[in-house]
Design a protein around this ligand. Structure first.
Ligand code: PLP
Length: 404
């Protein structure tokens, strides 16, 4: 009997029967010493790769001093991280949580409370987009609106109006007297690396300004350098009023954050929200160390350079293996291969080549390497992808294009 079948873990995940013992940079090692190239980064979490010396040192140093004190007291490490996140973004205030879903809960509450504080508590509804993913709490599931995740969990939390992805007319029509905000991921991650056009974000910004709504960006996956800028919204020049971060913010240590302008945060006064663990000194040491690395000179230029290299090589693979890959999409190091074969088959074939990737919606395979990936490691990954495509192409013949 294998260990999996005797596991006492609640079986909510369809896990691959593979365990890693340690990691170093972009590499993961099993207990028997097998080496895998990690192009998943713990689903966009390990932006600095595994066991990054600066992150290890910062966490080690902090854990010896102080891990946790509660939010009954001032936490200088949190004040520092909040100040740095605000200096680098549109925001004036930060609330720290422990996960993406919690950061999103705070974003939703902040948007609702803003209108209540302005004397319009009836404005609580949020317009969201089909295929979105905002987390697994009851409210964030309702925001995402995906039936497969909502089924069987009782009444869906009220207050979310879903419209088709990319449909500005539908978004307009969904706005009513009870609308509080519009919520979107600048690039839909779990939904299949679907990039939202900058013009679309601009149109949403205009809609929000015209109707007195707040614009909320879920940058839990796209934020913290993943797309080649610290935040994905910076590519479009469209700033939100509220933004959720998590995943890479702690580089592997659980940290979430909800950022807001002073105006949008108007209702979030003492006692309105809280978290026991949120923003504790240990988590904040991790967040500050991640920023130390990312804000160093040339970090994002390098990310953009290797990302362009990877994208070009993927485009060439797509051209050579049209029976396996239909499209390369994404921005920076949030890249998606829309597969012709079932995406799960491509993930398995890549893993057989010792390259680990993550499936997403829309039959897409996500490539999410650590942001510190080197050009030589991009080449290694490209060879793995070529070999996997070669294998798959043997079994999946291209559809004949007319002629004989
Ligand atoms: C992962 C993710 C979440 C949820 O984050 P958790 O830490 O799993 O709660 C929310 N929004 C987006 C866009 C995500 O990618």
């Amino acid at each position: 009997m294998n260990e999996q079948s005797t596991s006492h873990l609640l079986p909510t995940y369809a896990r691959v029967d593979l365990a890693f013992e340690r990691g170093e940079g972009v590499w993961l090692f099993t207990a028997s010493g097998e080496r895998y190239l990690d192009f998943t980064s713990g689903v966009a979490v390990n932006a600095l790769g595994h066991a990054h010396p600066q992150l290890v040192a910062a966490i080690s140093e902090q854990v010896r001093k102080l891990s946790h004190v509660s939010n009954l007291y001032r936490i200088p490490e949190a004040e520092r991280l909040a100040a740095r996140l605000c200096a680098a973004s549109f925001a004036d205030f930060v609330f720290f949580a422990n996960s993406g879903a919690e950061a999103m809960e705070c974003a939703i509450k902040t948007a609702r409370k803003y209108h209540a504080a302005n004397g319009a508590p009836e404005r609580y509804r949020i317009v969201t987009f089909e295929g979105a993913f905002h987390g697994r709490t009851l409210a964030t599931l309702a925001a995402g609106g995906q039936k497969k995740y909502l089924d069987g969990f009782g009444p869906v939390v009220d207050g979310f109006d879903q419209v088709p992805f990319g449909d500005i007319e539908a978004a307009k029509n969904a706005i009513g007297p009870a609308t509080a905000a519009i919520l979107i991921e600048p690039i839909m991650g779990e939904g299949g690396v679907r990039v939202v056009a900058p013009e679309f974000l601009r149109a949403l910004r205009e809609l929000c300004d015209r109707h007195g709504l707040l614009l909320v960006f879920d940058e839990v996956q796209t934020g913290m350098g993943r797309t080649g800028e610290l935040f994905a919204y910076q590519h479009s020049g469209v700033a939100p009023d509220i933004m959720a971060l998590a995943k890479a913010l702690g580089g592997g240590f659980p940290v979430g954050a909800c950022l807001a302008t002073a105006a949008a945060a108007k209702g979030m006064t003492a006692g309105t929200h809280g978290s026991t663990f949120g923003g504790n000194p240990l988590a904040m040491a991790a967040g500050n160390a991640v920023l130390d690395v990312m804000l160093a000179d040339g970090f994002f230029e390098r990310v953009k350079r290797v990302a362009l290299l990877l994208k070009q090589k993927l485009a060439s693979i797509k051209d050579r293996y049209p029976s396996v890959i239909a499209e390369v999409r994404g921005e920076g190091l949030l890249l998606g291969l829309r597969a012709v074969v079932p995406s799960g088959e491509l993930v398995d074939a890549l893993r057989a080549q010792k390259l680990i990737t993550a499936a997403a919606g829309d039959n897409v395979v996500r490539l999410l390497p650590p942001l510190i990936v080197a050009e030589a490691e991009i080449s290694d990954a490209v060879r793995c992808i070529e070999r996997a495509c070669e294998e798959l192409a043997k079994h999946h013949r291209p559809v004949a294009q007319g002629g004989a």
